[in-house]
Design a protein around this ligand. Sequence first.
Ligand code: HBI
Length: 97
Amino acid sequence: MTKKLSNKEIEEKFEHLLLKGWSLSEDKIYIQKTFVFNNFKEAFSWMCRVAFIAEDINHHPNWSNVFKTVDISLSTHEAGGLTELDLDFANAVEMET
Ligand code: HBI
């Protein structure tokens, strides 16, 4: 199991994602971003690509889709908070966007 990041580690590693529009929950347990696409087909095909990344690394997002909007949040249940895996996954998601 990956180790839960300290507040200091989160601050350092999250800076880049903050610029990309991700936010950190007040309790620092998860990170979140809302993606808006041009239409449902684009939103859903993006979700399919991200789902395959999730399966590859065995780390899965909490997300919901309404029409062309996808809300995604990342946390590591096993660690009870944020780990390196969540930040890596968010960076991989940005590469897919
Ligand atoms: N995905 N986001 C997230 N957090 C987890 O802790 C997690 C996961 N996907 C699979 C997973 N853990 C498995 O390792 C365990 O549920 C067996």
